[in-house]
Design a protein around this ligand. Structure first.
Ligand SMILES: C[S@@+](CC[C@H](N)C(=O)[O-])C[C@H]1O[C@@H](n2cnc3c(N)ncnc32)[C@H](O)[C@@H]1O
Length: 269
């Protein structure tokens, strides 16, 4: 898998074309409407305190980064889409310590710089399993880069699409590759002017067990996996009724297990 071409430019990702067409119309999708609930939950669950630095991987047009910035946190958002990065910069709240960079999450170069990382609504994780890709390779690379970006003891919240839910509610436009856990949806996306173009979306879907194993192999302690719906993040044991799993994990201190903030359930794994 080549991430950087000979000319030093990032090799294109299918989501970039989707984002180029969507632009600001991305924020019309219903799954983007619960940002404040999600951020309230994450601030609490990750134990974020004033002064912490947060990395938002696959930040899109920056809705979570903006909301965290409004609450006084310092946030760096990265995304592969130039269009989304431009929108995120343009709409950043005045005076907030938020910045945005175009980067490929499969080759993150941060080293122990962040107290917390978020990667939400398939923010890069689960979006690189297109045709011909061994499904877990890019997601491993994303998780490894996230783990490196966290300081020891730093915490991660990452949402991933549920394989159970995807198969249970397979639509007519979906083709699910059971061997790789990748759903291919042939759909259409509409821009701000209402112009519609066909689009192919590839979403790698996960089970809670896979998420825990992947986290562990990246050097993260998987504290929890909860079942969530965008806009309804909650402490909810994994089930087959909700579209996403939220993995909450901690980068291990060398030689020890990660910490769990007081007041939250102890890790079940
Ligand atoms: C469904 S959107 C989620 C955006 C945002 N996290 C949210 O919750 O609204 C997925 C985002 O992941 C980005 N993305 C996909 N693959 C990526 C990669 N390899 N590196 C960085 N960003 C990526 C896309 O450009 C898109 O902005």
């Amino acid at each position: 898998m080549f991430l950087v071409g000979e000319n030093g430019r990032l090799v294109g990702h299918w989501f970039e074309d989707v984002a180029d067409h969507l632009g600001g119309a991305y924020l019309r999708y219903s799954f983007t409407k619960g940002t404040d609930q999600e951020v309230d939950f994450l601030v609490d669950c990750l134990g974020l305190e004033p002064g912490v630095r947060v990395l938002d991987v696959g930040c899109g047009p920056g809705r979570h980064a903006h909301a965290l910035g409004r609450r006084g946190f310092e946030v760096v958002g990265v995304d592969i889409s130039e269009r989304f990065i431009a929108l995120a910069r343009q709409n950043a709240p005045d005076g907030a310590a938020v910045s945005f960079e175009r980067a490929d999450a499969r080759s993150l170069e941060y080293d122990s710089e962040f107290d917390a990382v978020i990667s939400l609504c398939q923010g890069a994780f689960g979006l690189s399993g297109g045709a011909g890709v061994a499904s877990l390779d890019p997601d491993r690379a994303v998780l490894d880069g996230i783990a490196r970006a966290l300081r020891p003891g730093g915490r991660l919240a990452l949402s991933a699409f549920s394989a159970y839910f995807q198969v249970r509610f397979l639509g007519e436009a979906d083709t699910f590759d059971a061997g790789r856990g990748v759903n291919h949806e042939h759909t259409a996306v509409r821009n701000e002017e209402g112009a519609e173009v066909p689009a192919d979306l590839w979403t790698t879907c996960f089970t809670p067990r896979e998420l825990r194993l992947l986290a562990e192999s990246a050097g993260l302690h998987p504290d929890h996996v909860w079942s969530v719906t965008p806009g309804d993040y909650a402490v909810r044991p994994p089930d087959i009724e909700h579209p996403e799993f939220l993995l909450v994990a901690t980068r291990a201190h060398s030689g020890g297990a990660g910490r769990t903030p007081s007041g939250w359930p102890r890790p079940s794994a």
